[in-house]
Design a protein around this ligand. Structure first.
Ligand code: PEP
Length: 246
């Protein structure tokens, strides 16, 4: 297993003024023992990468198009993110699956595009509350994993984020047993498909991770870090989460 990873997803938040949060993070984490990624809106990727300079914190996009270029108004390709200074890109976030009707097949094509551009894809999946209550969680996430991950996925180019939809931005968090069950099942599926390489594919938990629950979540087997939304916007919230993983 490589280094653990904490990724922040700023969603549609952040302007130039918020780059001060990144400067504060850079000062606090000059030599982290875990990988740190911040995914700002596309408008800030370039400036954030520039302001981080040679520091170890990486920048990521929140989505990319499956094509390298072309007639796709409003979209951004993985190559463009790479050129802007990104090293990672989130694909298949449940908000994009819902708002933009993204299917597993589309997510897989985006992950493939990310790999081709030399980016690490953070592939998101997770069940709705209805699916959980119907006892379908493991079937749903296993299906998403199988269909959203490209054949060429490796520990270096792919991270999987388990994000129960009902836990995102709600303050509700699954029990540690529930997280362990899903992460264990995802690891087993990854091993079936990718063999030994699967040991190194990092499995993040995402959904209402906060400074006060991070330690408990990070102690769960097969949790290799977190994808953090709201609590990644302020360095004073994000830093204690990183500390909990170190
Ligand atoms: C997310 O959007 O990926 C997320 C986990 O959000 P939050 O931490 O705010 O629940």
């Amino acid at each position: 297993m490589g280094r653990k990873l904490v990724a922040g997803n700023w969603k549609m938040n952040g302007t130039n003024a918020d780059l001060k949060e990144i400067e504060a993070l850079g000062i606090a984490w000059a030599a982290p023992r875990v990988d740190i990624v911040v995914c700002p809106p596309a408008t800030l990727v370039s400036r954030m990468a520039f302001s981080l300079g040679g520091q170890p914190i990486r920048v990521g996009g929140q989505d990319c198009h499956a094509a390298a270029s072309g007639a796709h108004t409003g979209d951004i390709s993985a190559e463009m993110l790479k050129e802007a200074g990104a090293r990672y890109v989130i694909v298949g976030h449940s908000e994009r699956r819902a708002d933009h009707h993204e299917t597993d097949e589309m997510v897989r094509a985006k992950a493939e595009a990310a790999h081709k551009a030399g980016l690490t894809a953070i592939v998101c999946l997770g069940e709705s509350m209805e699916q959980r209550e119907a006892g379908e969680t493991l079937d749903v996430v296993s299906g998403q994993l199988a269909a959203s991950l490209p054949e060429g996925a490796t520990a270096a180019n792919t991270v999987v984020a388990y994000e129960p939809i009902w836990a995102i931005g709600t303050g509700k968090v699954p029990s540690t047993e529930q997280i362990a069950e899903v992460h264990g099942a995802l690891r087993a599926k990854l091993k079936e498909r990718f063999g030994e390489e699967a040991e190194g594919i990092r499995l993040l938990y995402g959904g209402s991770v906060k400074p006060d629950n991070a330690t408990e979540i990070f102690a769960v087997e097969n949790v290799d870090g977190a994808l953090v939304g709201g609590a990644s916007l302020k360095s004073t919230d994000f830093s204690p989460i990183i500390s909990a993983l170190e």
